[in-house]
Ligand binder design. Structure first.
Ligand SMILES: [Zn+2]
Length: 197
């Protein structure tokens, strides 16, 4: 006997999520079947809410409900430093350290010829428009892997003529790892040990 059509559809959707294989998708679907109606409604409306309310900040491309985001509009942040990250989730990882008080800029990826991602696909043009006389330092906090390094070298090349100091986070961050999975202390050390490039 096959799963009823609607249940099968749910399993297919769950399976398409990252880190969820076929077995896990079935388990989660069976759990959802047992949930009470108010909880199911809450779950469904939260998905719709997230889809409708969360957008990207038009200045830094962080995920936010208000545009510009609360970091870009904050009066207490240090507007002389911009930290460049790959993904919006990296901002949350760095914010957890409570030590960085500058602004951010999300590239939305890294240069990767294998995946067909070129500089033109990243949020570099909007970065260039943000660099003015207020900005003293750009910290490149792309992940410590081949693509992250190549991207940081590219950024240094195009930012240097603008007369701004460019630094790269130190390699306290394990090579090949993702910033969002690294503990706050390691990120803190990587920022403290950043080097001019
Ligand atoms: Zn922003």
């Amino acid at each position: 006997m096959q799963y009823p059509e609607t249940l099968n559809k749910l399993i297919q959707i769950l399976k398409s999520l990252p880190g969820i294989g076929p077995r896990m998708a079935e388990r989660v679907a069976m759990h959802i079947l047992k949930m009470e109606t108010p909880d199911i409604n809450n779950f469904a409306y939260t998905l719709i809410d997230v889809n409708q309310k969360i957008k990207n900040c038009s200045t830094c491309h962080a995920i936010t409900e208000i545009d510009p985001c609360e970091i870009c509009t904050s009066t207490t942040r240090d507007t002389s430093i911009i930290c460049i990250v790959e993904q919006p989730s990296d901002i949350f990882a760095i914010e957890k350290t409570n030590d960085f008080h500058g602004l951010y800029h999300v590239l939305n990826g890294v240069i990767s010829p294998i995946d067909g991602i070129s500089p033109g696909d990243l949020n570099i043009r909007t970065l260039l428009t943000r660099i003015n006389e207020d900005v003293n330092e750009i910290i490149v906090a792309t992940n410590p892997n081949v693509e992250g390094e190549a991207t940081s070298i590219y950024l240094a090349k195009i930012l240097k003529p603008l007369g701004v100091k460019i630094s790269r986070i130190a390699h306290g961050v394990p090579v090949g790892s993702d910033l969002e999975y690294i503990d706050s202390m390691t990120i803190l050390k990587a920022f403290e040990g950043r080097q001019k490039i």
